[in-house]
Design a protein around this ligand. Sequence first.
Ligand code: APR
Ligand code: ZN
Length: 242
Amino acid sequence: MEVVRLVRLLEGSQRAVVFTGAGVSTESGIPDFRSSQGLWRDIDPMKVASIGALREDPEAFYAFYRRRLGMLEAVKPNRAHEVIALLEERGYVRAVITQNVDGLHQKAGSRRVLELHGSLRKTVCLDCEGEFGGELLAGEGVPECPRCGGVLKPGVVLFGEPLPNDVLEEAYELSRQADLHIVLGSSLVVSPANTLPQVTLANGGSLAIVNLEETPLDLYADVLIRARLGETMDALAREMGL
Ligand code: APR
Ligand code: ZN
């Protein structure tokens, strides 16, 4: 029933945006962060996923990070990614604003993807600030800058780092213009990403949330679906004849 209401909202909107978090990739086999199976269940992110942790102990940082990178190697987009790409292709959605760095939206065919937290396709040198490809993350130990030998950082936003300004600005603009903001698979607890759906609400737009667990914006949602994203997005695609 709620899926049909989401379809009606989508069909009636002109400038919808999709906002995704780790929950959209769990059915591809990538654990999320804060649900009962999440990565941060028994690990303090500040100790393993912050810029301070990387500077202080690059070995320990990469010992943790390589496990995460290993999980990302063989993964494929799932049905939720596919349907999101179809919604963009058919003109129902203008862009995907994602907190994820797994690149699965692009693999599924999404074209306008705003990566708020960066991506693993790049690396950056902590010393000379040179930018290089993500392939330098392959292998063992601490990746070194090909130019100065400094420690390379994955091209993702670590805790304690600012988000890429240009991407954030574009995400705010899209959220301001949006008449519908569809949140898929995010706990909405990390800022400033979690302010984007609120910008749409503040400008009179509608909010839809599909998430297995509660979020701080649930009470503002015009449509709230507490279900798995794969089956929900599949049902939506069938209802819309995508
Ligand atoms: N279907 C629907 N919801 C799901 C599914 C699924 N298959 N799998 C997980 N979820 C929900 C969980 O219940 C959880 O509320 O997705 C949400 C994911 O929330 P988080 O794990 O907090 O992930 P996210 O919101 O993306 O975290 C934001 O935190 O650690 C940082 O940089 C990291 O980008 C990440 C940011
Ligand atoms: Zn360097």
